[in-house]
Structure formats: C-alpha cells, structure tokens
Design a protein around this ligand. Structure first.
Ligand SMILES: Cc1ncc(COP(=O)(O)O)c(C=O)c1O
Length: 461
C-alpha cells in the first residue's frame, strides 16, 4: 500500500519498476543511474532519428512561442499547410489530402470512419463492415482494435468490439492455411487471397466498406513482408467489390523500410494510407491519413465537403512543426540511403547469428524493420511455451547488457510464436549496428544458459 501512495503513475505494468530516462543522445538513452541503453527499436519504432536533435526541439519551441494552439474548425497554421504539402508530395500518386491526428490508433479510427461515410453518402448505405487480418495491429481504440487481429489485446474487450471480420495474413514461413509457398506461386491460387473473397461474399459485398492491412506486419508478427504480388491481388478484389483499401503505414512509413512508404514496394495505390510514429520521429504525438483524390471528390460531392469527425488536437501547431522539422532532417541527412545500406548489413549479420543460435528460426523484414522468429530449437521446430515469455526474457537480458529491442508474442496463432523486432533509428551507424548484434549474440548465449538452469531445476525438483 505504501508504494501505491508514493507513486502516482498508472504504469503500463503496475507491478513493474521502470528506469527513469534523463536524456538521450543519438541512438542512446541514459537513465538516472547513468546506465546507457542502445535504443535498438527506436522506442516503439517511433524515435526514428534518435534522440536530442536540437533543430526539431527548436522548431517546436518557435511554433509554441508564436501560436501553441488553434482549433482547426476555425483556423489553420502555415506549418499545417507546409507539412501536408510535404507528405502529399512524398505519397503515391493520387493520394494528396492529408488529415492529422495525434496517434496511429486515431489515424486508423479516422480511416475506418471515412470509408463508412464515403460509401454511405454515395448511396451505398449498407457498407459498414471492415475486414482486417489476424495477428495484425492497428491500434487500441475500439474501432482500430476491432479491425486488428491481436488476440491478446482484443480478448478482454471482446463484448465491446465491433462486428468486423478477419482473415489470415500471408505468413509463408508458417502458412496459416497450410500451403507451401512454391505451390502457391506456381498455381497462383493463394488461399490467403481466396479467403478474402470468401469473406466478402459471406458478409455480402454490399455490407463491406474497407479492407485494412499493414504492408509489412509489424508488432504482432515481427516484421513479416508479404509475398510479391499479394497486394495486387488484394487491390483487384477491393476494386471488384467497391471496397476501400486502407494501408496502415503507422510503423512502416517515412523511410523505415527503405522507401518513403512501404506501399511503393508492394506496387499498388491504396485508397487511404495511415501514418504515425516516424512522421515526427517521436518528437511530438503526430499521425494521420493520406486520402485518395477519388474519396475526397466523393466527400466534396456527396457530403457537402464535410467529414463528420475531428479531434481537438488535429493538426496541433507544435506537433506539425515537429513533423516539418523531422522530415527536413530525414532529407538533409539522406536517411533513406542509410536505411538501405544498414538494413542490408543488419539482415546479413542476423543471418550469421541464425547460424550460431538454434533459437532463430526465421530472419525477415525490410530496410531497418527486421524481425526474428524465436523457437526453442530450430532443427526440431520446437516452439516456446507462451508461459516462458521467451522474447520478453531475451529482451530483459539485452537491457541488462545495454540494448533495448521490441519483443512480441502470439505471432503464429495469437498465443504461440515469439519474436523480436530490431529497428534502430534510421540514422544508425555501422559501429552501433555491430554493438546491437554483439549484445544480441551475448543475450542468446546467456538465455541458453538460463534455460539449461531452468531445465536442471525442473529435473531435480
Ligand atoms: C501498424 C500500427 N498501426 C497502428 C498503431 C497504433 O498507433 P498508436 O500507438 O500511435 O495509437 C501501431 C502502434 O504500434 C502500429 O504499429
């Protein structure tokens, strides 16, 4: 009880103690004891330029001094226009209008609502159901959680969730439909695609408003890219049944995977792209969506130009100033080039680690969004029991050694499957990359010893 009285923070885990960070510098964070952590996951794949960039801080301060808040129902700022223009120009052709929110969940919530309103006002009154994918994450608000397929996050709220549908995403390493990748590729009849059509027909196409997917599945599966051609097939289905395609680039956007948006790599034009995290490199809560001209035209013609939605802090002046300054740093520092170079280096170094440690069953990802699937033994394909919390434990060891990764679980079926995401700031250096791999290597060695000790304890108990 004493502890509760003295500590006023409602922590992520109320039973845990967290190090207090005093400052950050580049790829490193420092806690109040002086301990240094290499931020090998950019926080939550958000601090994409590392810490302590003064130009971003100064831009925010300048804007705060000029006008810290205006309400977008009455006023706008120059910074809002400049950032929207910059993002619109970075986005694929035909996606030009940018709508701002404060976080990725709100961005997806906005996209789901926009899809509904767009269809309703065009006379397709029944379209309201969203199809999402299992083991995908789109946020924690009720709408975005309903669209997502993260079983553990959904479980407690099942009675509150919307009646959305889900299919499996193409996790070819362990195909949820039990197909072989070569067989799919040669026959071109992919169950992960035909299942979407089955779902649309079962729900009734007249009821389906949108399909939402991450271009590379992030936190829930650990950086899993789709097989080439998957999204083209998805786009065709969406066109056939008048369903909007929402691509969630909250984690992948702004250079993380080696291109401005991962959408460029999947070769399609979505109806809506949602973004977050990297847009301000974590310096301010900023996210949003970029909307296709056709949808905008629909809202102008059929909805009198009004999207019935909005947040107090949409387009917050200080947040958009942070976004503008961050995007400037990305450009000035040729971050995309670095992502391609260091991403390839990281991928090869992780493959080396795979040779050394039987814990690694798969290395995947794009650019600097890399993931490894963790198993107890690769040769026997022996999975960890979820109760062992393997990824969390491994990350705990790494933190002791001075690096932070992004652990996750439930990647195979919502419960089973452990993974670690490695996603350092996009301006990471080769020396830092070597340190990341060294700490990961040592963490695996220590983890192996710990598991042996656990086994011995079980035998002798
Ligand atoms: C792909 C994806 N979508 C949405 C979100 C939710 O974003 P936020 O936590 O900013 O609400 C996340 C967060 O991790 C994400 O990775």
């Amino acid at each position: 009880m004493d502890g509760i009285k003295k500590d006023y923070v409602f922590h992520r885990d109320l039973k845990k103690k967290y190090p207090i960070i005093t400052h950050g510098e580049g790829s490193y964070l420092f806690d109040e004891s002086g301990k240094k952590y290499l931020d090998a996951c950019s926080g939550a794949v958000a601090a994409n330029l590392g810490h302590g960039i003064t130009s971003i801080g100064e831009a925010m301060a300048e804007q705060a001094k000029k006008a810290a808040f205006v309400h977008t129902m009455r006023f706008e700022t120059k910074a809002l226009h400049l950032l929207a223009e910059t993002i619109g120009k970075m986005a694929p052709d035909h996606l030009n209008k940018v709508y701002f929110t404060t976080g990725g969940s709100e961005a997806n919530e906005s996209a789901l609502k926009l899809a509904r309103q767009y269809h309703r006002d065009a006379g397709r009154h029944q379209k309201h159901i969203v199809i999402g994918r299992w083991q995908s994450y789109h946020g924690n608000t009720i709408g975005s959680l309903s669209a997502g397929g993260d079983v553990k996050r959904r479980h407690a709220y099942t009675p509150n969730l919307l009646n959305y549908a889900h299919v499996y995403s193409p996790y070819c390493h362990r195909c949820p439909y039990d197909r072989q990748k070569d067989d799919c590729l040669s026959k071109q009849n992919w169950t992960c695609v035909t299942d979407i059509e089955r779902s649309i027909l079962e729900l009734g196409p007249e009821n389906v408003s949108a399909f939402i997917a991450e271009p590379i599945v992030g936190s829930q599966q650990g950086a899993v890219p789709p097989p080439l051609g998957y999204f083209k097939k998805v786009r065709e289905l969406c066109d056939r049944y008048q369903i909007l395609l929402i691509i969630d680039e909250v984690m992948t956007g702004f250079g993380r995977t080696g291109t401005n948006f991962a959408t460029e790599q999947i070769g399609i034009v979505p109806d809506i792209i949602t973004f977050g995290k990297g847009v301000s490199a974590g310096y301010a809560p900023l996210a949003g969506m970029i909307v296709h001209d056709q949808v905008i035209e629909g809202i102008i013609e059929n909805s009198d130009g009004k999207f019935i939605h909005g947040y107090t802090y949409s387009g917050h002046p200080v947040a958009v100033a942070a976004g503008l300054a961050a995007l400037d740093v990305y450009k000035q520092d040729s971050v995309l080039e670095n992502v391609k170079k260091q991403g390839l280096y990281l991928f090869n170094r992780l493959l080396e680690l795979k040779q050394k440690h039987a814990f690694i069953s798969d290395v995947r990802g794009r650019g600097l969004l890399m993931g490894i699937e963790l198993v107890k033994d690769r040769e026997q394909d022996l999975l960890f029991d979820p109760a062992e919390k393997a990824a969390e434990r491994l990350n705990g060891i790494a933190m002791e050694l001075g690096a932070v990764f992004y652990p996750g679980s439930g990647s195979i079926d919502g419960t089973k499957g452990e993974h670690l995401i490695i996603s350092p700031p996009l301006n990471v250096t080769k020396t830092e990359m070597d340190e990341i791999v060294r700490i990961l290597d040592e963490s695996f060695t220590i983890f192996k010893l710990q598991l042996r000790k656990d086994e011995l304890y079980e035998i002798t108990k």
